[in-house]
Design a protein around this ligand. Structure first.
Ligand SMILES: *Cc1c(COP(=O)(O)O)cnc(C)c1O
Length: 384
């Protein structure tokens, strides 16, 4: 990317970064490159560094440049899924005997990956409430973790962690500070600028944005770690395929306008729910009553499309989740369509009974970009 492009705003970068038109035809949209192999001009004479589809593919390069530009990082890597990206990052950063200090309110699959896949290979796991920096400081003082891993806003309780504060604590202890930015996206929050070392994404969610492609990404500045990650991406092979990379790139171009609408709709629904007598609690950082509201207002540009609510019982929560009509009952989040999820039995079933378990009264909403009046009417009838 040229320095000229680096000065552009987020919405411009989303449309243009990595998207140079095709020099041979002038096609404004770069073609999808399905070729698994690339002709060489004499042995080892590669054109643009391309050799074989696992080691590099121009469509994947375009996505990786777009991702790096959006997060303001020097290096972007895309993978077959968010968990594939996490797996590569953890294997690149950790050695047997090292430990991860993980937020207590994270994607269930992240906890499972560390606790059940990496732990048998000698990786330690401790869990702490990352939004409580005193608790983090105490945990780090007890034993310095190799990796500090946080989601902010967290999933599904929308806790807010001070990224700059966390980075300061982590760096003093020599830890790598990782932020899963799936919920906020770079349209609302840029963790690298706040001091984080690595940004993780499930691009399956808001970046892809249309619930039609699974993928993951890592963005970082550090050269040595980037080299390790690039090696593992190639040597272990969990790359994104060309069609997946292209769909993700296409989704990202509208990220900024989608996040505006997601945030507006979620804000309206959160305000409505907060005033409703059947609702025990609303978890949305845009509400002044949210404990992380002021911090979120400082480190995010808007408050995003995710919110959770607690009803009076687990039974009431299940009934609500099965009563919406426009909000479809499904796992995942971040698409243009609104979804409702019952974490205890769906997305977070794998952490039931652990320190990362979600209260049974909680229902999570991924608020889409439909007409807000229709969404409000749906939530209201489901509460009745
Ligand atoms: C979905 C999700 C993941 C995992 O990503 P996949 O693409 O499903 O592998 C990680 N973190 C968060 C916050 C997620 O929502």
């Amino acid at each position: 990317m040229s320095t000229h492009e680096a000065a552009h705003g987020l919405a411009s970068l989303a449309v243009h970064a990595g998207q140079q038109f095709d020099p041979t035809t002038g096609a404004v949209i770069p073609p999808v490159h399905f070729s698994t192999t690339f002709a060489q001009d004499g042995i080892g004479g590669l054109r643009g560094g391309y050799e074989y589809g696992r080691s590099g593919n121009p469509t994947r390069t375009a996505l990786q440049q777009q991702l790096a530009a959006l997060e303001g990082g020097a290096h972007g890597f895309s993978f077959a899924s968010g968990l594939a990206a996490e797996d590569v990052l953890l294997r690149a950063a950790l050695q047997p005997g090292d430990e991860v200090l993980l937020g207590n309110d994270v994607y269930g699959g992240t906890h499972r990956l560390i606790a059940r896949v990496l732990a048998p290979w000698g990786i330690g796991l401790r869990v702490v409430d990352m939004s409580d920096l005193d608790a983090v400081r105490a945990a780090v003082r007890e034993r310095a973790p190799k990796v500090l891993w946080v989601e902010t806003p967290s999933n599904p309780l929308l806790r807010i962690t001070d990224i700059a504060g966390l980075a300061a604590i982590g760096h003093e202890a020599g830890s790598l500070v990782v932020v899963d930015n799936t919920f906020a996206t770079p349209a609302l929050q840029r963790p690298l600028a706040l001091g984080a070392d690595v940004v993780v994404h499930s691009t399956t969610k808001y970046l892809g944005g249309h619930s039609d492609v699974v993928g993951g990404a890592l963005i970082l500045d550090d050269e040595a770690l980037a080299e390790q990650i690039g090696f593992l991406q190639y040597a272990a092979g969990a790359v994104s395929g060309p069609m997946d990379a292209w769909l993700t790139t296409r989704g990202i171009k509208t990220l900024d306008v989608r996040m505006q609408r997601h945030s507006e709709n979620a804000g309206a629904i959160a305000s409505f729910l907060e005033g409703h007598d059947r609702v025990a609690r609303v978890y949305y950082p845009g509400l002044a009553s949210h404990p992380g509201h002021e911090l979120a207002a400082r480190q995010m540009t808007r408050f995003g499309g995710m919110l959770s609510l607690a009803l009076e019982s687990g039974e009431a929560a299940r009934r609500f989740a099965e009563s919406t009509r426009l909000f479809q009952l499904a796992e995942s989040l971040g698409g243009v369509e609104s979804l409702v999820n019952y974490p205890d039995a769906m997305t977070h079933a794998s952490v039931r009974g652990t320190e990362a378990a979600v209260p049974v009264e909680v229902v999570r909403l991924s608020v889409g970009i439909e007409d807000v009046d229709d969404l409000l009417a749906d939530v209201e009838q489901a509460l009745r």
